[in-house]
Design a protein around this ligand. Structure first.
Ligand code: CUA
Length: 166
């Protein structure tokens, strides 16, 4: 039995070692972030059928709007659609200052966006999926929500408003 030693250029060998070390470093960083610090990528909140989400009586988006689930805590079901006209349903929400509102937003047709001005809420609204985010409204005022994904000729008029009362 004869043994043969494979010849690897010294630079190639060093780069192989360096790449292997990088892989271990990245895997460690991702593991520490995910399991040590609890940082997770956003996962789909819920899947819905965009063809029936606005009409099925068992779907909360067949009757979109605010639900008070506890004193000062609300769920807001918002439907975005381009057909028959570009709008959010409902177009207006009113909550008292200090409210905590969890938004559940979906689309019954094409992809839209949902950005609430003067907050850090800004996400895509994808037909078939539900986007969820919780916002604290401490300061009274008007917070417009606008569509941030081009969705057709009426994209520019697609907006609504949250009124936070004192
Ligand atoms: Cu909806 Cu742009």
């Amino acid at each position: 039995m004869s043994t043969q030693k494979m010849h690897i250029d010294v630079y190639e060998r060093n780069w192989l070692i360096f790449s292997a070390i990088l892989l271990v470093l990245f895997a460690t960083a991702v593991s520490v972030a995910a399991f040590g610090m609890g940082i997770q990528v956003p996962a789909p909140e819920q899947r819905v059928d965009p063809r029936t989400v606005a009409t099925d009586p068992s779907s909360p988006w067949s009757n979109p709007g605010l639900r008070e689930i506890a004193p000062g805590k609300y769920d807001a079901y918002i439907l975005a659609h381009a057909i028959p006209n570009w709008e959010y349903l409902p177009k207006e929400l009113t909550v008292p200052a200090g409210s905590v509102v969890t938004f559940y937003v979906t689309s019954s047709d094409v992809q839209h966006g949902f950005k609430i001005q003067n907050t850090n809420a800004n996400f895509m609204v994808i037909p078939g999926q539900v986007s969820k985010l919780t916002i604290h409204f401490d300061k009274p005022g008007t917070y417009n929500y606008i569509c941030t994904e081009y969705c057709g000729s009426g994209h520019g008029v697609m907006y609504g408003a949250i009124t936070v009362t004192p």
